[in-house]
Design a protein around this ligand. Sequence first.
Ligand code: SF4
Ligand code: SF4
Length: 103
Amino acid sequence: MSGPGPAPAGGEIAFEDRMATVEFRVAAHPHIVVDGEVCRSCTTRACVTACPANLFAPTSDGGILFNYEQCFECGTCYMVCNEAGAIAWSYPEGGHGVVFRHG
Ligand code: SF4
Ligand code: SF4
């Protein structure tokens, strides 16, 4: 065996290593739009803890800040959000969005 560091156990790749291989081709228009006004009446803030990329941030005035640029397009926020109309989703334009590399 060669190379620095211990071999990953069980062939699994650490999340951070996996993230280093992810490329984001940022589209000009956000594919997820969050309606901050709807979020003000939300009590769960489920998106904040559910998003694996930590893209939702509560603001001190009760709103939500959302940054679409490093989104994995996993759909979790859309599924956990229980406020109608808070999240509008459309897939990124062709050639944009997240790119997962294998190998
Ligand atoms: S996006 Fe949905 S879950 Fe997140 S704060 Fe807004 S209403 Fe709540
Ligand atoms: S689709 Fe996934 S990564 Fe993107 S904002 Fe929603 S939960 Fe976060």
